[in-house]
Design a binder for this molecule. Structure first.
Ligand SMILES: Nc1ncnc2c1ncn2[C@@H]1O[C@H](COP(=O)(O)OP(=O)(O)O)[C@@H](O)[C@H]1O
Ligand SMILES: CC(=O)N[C@@H](CCC(=O)OP(=O)(O)O)C(=O)O
Length: 265
C-alpha cells in the first residue's frame, strides 16, 4: 500500500493540489494520505492577528496557535481535500490522531524551549493500526491532518512528516508499505538552485555526508530522519519527489525523484 505525504507548498497551490489529487485518487489498492499545511496555518493565523513563532525551524504552539492549527488542519485543509477526493471517486475519510484514537501522543516536555502543545508520538505500537486497517478494509482512504491527542482531552500539533513515518511503520507488519514524500521539488537536490540536480539514490552513509556538508538542510533534515527511521523499522521503500510527478515517481522511471536505500543486516 502507499502512504503519501503532501506538504504546505502543494496544498497552497490549487492547480498543483488538484493535479496531485487526480493522480492520488487513481492509485489502485489501499492507500492513505497525510497532509501538512504549516504555510497555510501561518497565513490564516496572521489574518487573525496571531503571528507564527518558530525556534530552530519548529513552530511554537501556544494555546491560541493550537486553535488556529486545529481549524486550519482538521477543518479547512482536511475537509477540502476529502471533498475533492470524493469528487474524484475516491472514498476518503478525514482523520486526526484523536479520531479512533489513531495516534496518541504526549505533550513535548518543557526543557530549554517550551514548544507548547506539540505532540511527540511514541513507537509504532502506540498507533491504533487495527482501526486504520478496518477503514482500509472497508474501502475507505484515510486522510490524516497533522494533529494528535494526549488522551486527556487536548489535541496536539505534530509534524506531518513524522505522522507519515509513524503510520507507515505501524502498518508495515500488515502491508508492504511504500512511503512517498511529495513536495514542490523533483527530489533531494545536489544543488538547491538547480532543479535538475536530483540525487537518484541516498543511503544512510551518503545522507550523513550530505547533512554534514550542508547540501541537505532545513525541512529536508527532519524529513530524511523520519524516512530512514521508517526504513529501519520495516517500511519497504521511501521515495521523495514532486507532487505533480506522482505516477512517474511510483513508476520508477528516469527523472523519478530520490529513492532512499536501506542496507539490511
Ligand atoms: N538538498 C535539498 N533538496 C531539496 N530540498 C531541500 C534540500 N535541502 C533543503 N531543502 C528544503 O527542504 C524543503 C522541504 O522540506 P519542508 O519545508 O518540510 O517541505 P514540505 O513540508 O513542503 O514537505 C524544500 O522546500 C527545500 O527548501
Ligand atoms: C509541530 C509541528 O511542527 N507541526 C507542523 C504541522 C504542519 C506540517 O507539518 O506542515 P508541512 O508538512 O506543510 O510543513 C506545523 O504546525 O508546522
Amino acid at each position: 500500500m502507499y502512504i503519501i505525504k503532501i506538504g504546505g507548498n502543494v496544498l497552497d497551490n490549487p492547480e498543483r493540489l488538484q493535479r496531485f489529487l487526480i493522480d492520488f485518487a487513481a492509485l489502485p489498492g489501499p492507500k492513505l494520505l497525510v497532509h501538512g499545511g504549516g504555510k497555510i496555518a501561518s497565513t490564516i493565523g496572521l489574518q487573525l492577528g496571531i503571528a507564527p513563532q518558530y525556534v530552530e525551524g519548529r513552530r511554537l504552539t501556544d494555546a491560541e496557535t493550537l486553535r488556529v492549527v486545529t481549524m486550519v488542519y482538521a477543518g479547512l485543509i482536511n475537509k477540502n481535500v476529502v471533498a475533492q477526493l470524493q469528487a474524484l471517486g475516491c472514498n476518503a475519510i478525514g482523520m486526526t490522531g484523536a479520531d479512533a484514537n489513531a495516534i496518541p501522543a504526549t505533550k513535548r516536555p518543557v526543557k530549554a524551549i517550551d514548544y507548547g502543545f506539540a505532540g511527540d508520538v511514541g513507537g509504532p505500537e502506540t498507533i491504533n493500526a487495527t482501526a486504520i486497517q478496518a477503514l482500509l478494509q472497508a474501502g475507505l482512504t484515510p486522510v490524516f491532518a497533522p494533529l494528535t491527542h494526549d488522551g486527556k482531552g487536548s489535541l496536539l500539533n505534530t509534524n506531518a512528516d513524522t505522522i507519515a513515518s509513524v503510520l507507515a511503520t505501524a502498518l508495515a507488519p500488515f502491508y508492504t508499505v511504500k512511503l512517498v514524500y511529495c513536495f514542490e521539488k523533483r527530489g533531494v537536490l545536489a544543488n538547491a538552485a538547480e532543479d535538475d540536480s536530483v540525487i537518484p539514490h541516498i543511503d544512510e552513509h551518503t545522507y550523513q555526508h550530505l547533512k554534514a556538508t550542508g547540501v541537505v538542510k532545513d525541512g529536508m533534515v527532519p524529513k530524511l530522519d523520519n524516512a530512514f527511521a521508517a526504513l529501519e523499522q520495516g517500511v519497504k521503500a521511501v521515495l521523495i519527489g514532486e507532487a505533480e510527478a506522482l505516477p512517474e515517481l511510483i513508476g520508477g522511471g528516469s527523472f523519478s525523484g530520490t529513492t532512499l536505500v536501506w542496507h539490511h543486516g
